[in-house]
Write a protein that binds this ligand. Structure first.
Ligand SMILES: [Zn+2]
Length: 300
């Protein structure tokens, strides 16, 4: 696998001076190494040499990367399914708190579990999804229409939306400006944009470093934090109104990171790091491994 690209300037502040921060192996698919750089001006980190977008497909070819199946097998999957139900309720509460509108667009909608849960709570929902297989699943299982990213970017989705969500998706997106432009276009006046992403300024990263699954190179290109993302969003017409944590993600992240490290004390350390991280997140979302950014559209 080759055809790597290089970024010459910071997508947050435009600076061109970086520090080589760490080399992260693609533990999941290719076992290739990728360099994570940090901007010297604003501390934004990014995967500096990912494959070009048109060559990224093979790096997603793993069963584990597909959204977890319905066939719960093993402890991780059982826990995952319990956590998913809890998380769906958490997301509903968060959305209700920040928007009265009922038209929702979820980008990276996968097989549609989140959209279906929102539909059952009275929302008018659509998805955007890159995998044809997931689009078909969403349609057949839940009767929910999901569009391709190409259709989204070409403004071919009818109507406008009160809320748009991206749950652990934006860190994968190459055409970040085009996405923000179209989100700005598709959202109503004062529309709400909710984006969840990993946050490297967390305890798990300090514990697992290059094994921390939040890096997930080369699939994760952008490594935002609560210090860098508000500025990025503001420049593209979105004002930050709330930053908070996705509470259960820390246990999942800790488990996956420990499995990459092949740690013999896998379970106790995982639980310990997860609990410490949970405690820390109570005091500050800035130290949590998954941050949810809630933004309101403002006129540019
Ligand atoms: Zn920068």
């Amino acid at each position: 696998m080759s055809n790597r690209i290089e970024f010459s300037s910071c997508i947050v502040c435009g600076a061109t001076s970086f520090t080589d921060e760490l080399v992260v192996t693609d533990w999941l698919v290719s076992n290739e190494d990728f360099l994570v750089k940090e901007c010297n001006a604003c501390s934004f980190r990014f995967t500096s040499n990912p494959p070009a977008a048109e060559h990224a497909g093979p790096y997603y070819e793993t069963e584990e990367y597909v959204e977890h199946s319905d066939n719960a097998e093993g402890l991780i999957n059982v826990v995952y399914h319990k956590a998913r139900t809890w998380m769906l309720k958490y997301k509903l509460r968060l959305i209700r708190k920040h928007s009265d509108g009922k038209r929702l667009l979820d980008l990276g909608s996968g097989s549609g579990y989140f959209l279906n849960s929102m539909k059952n709570n009275g929302y008018d929902v659509n998805g955007v999804e890159i995998s044809d297989k997931a689009v078909a699943l969403c349609q057949n299982k839940f009767r929910i229409k999901a569009y391709s990213p190409t259709e989204f970017l070409a403004n071919e989705i009818p109507g406008e939306f009160d809320v748009a969500t991206m749950w652990h998706v934006f860190e994968h997106v190459y055409s970040y400006n085009e996405y923000f432009d179209m989100l700005h276009k598709k959202l109503t006046k004062n529309g709400t944009l909710i984006i969840a992403m990993p946050n490297y300024y967390c305890l798990e990263e300090k514990t697992y470093k290059k094994y921390w699954n939040g890096y997930d190179t080369p699939r994760h290109i952008w490594h935002f934090t609560p210090s860098t993302f508000p500025r990025f969003a503001k420049d593209r017409g979105f004002e930050m109104v709330k930053m908070t944590s996705l509470p259960l993600d820390m246990f999942y992240n800790s488990m996956i990171s420990a499995s990459y490290k092949k740690s013999f004390t896998f379970l106790p350390i995982t639980v310990f790091v997860g609990l410490c991280s949970l405690m820390l997140s109570i005091f500050s979302f800035k130290r949590t491994s998954s941050v949810v950014y809630v933004m309101k559209k403002v006129e540019l």
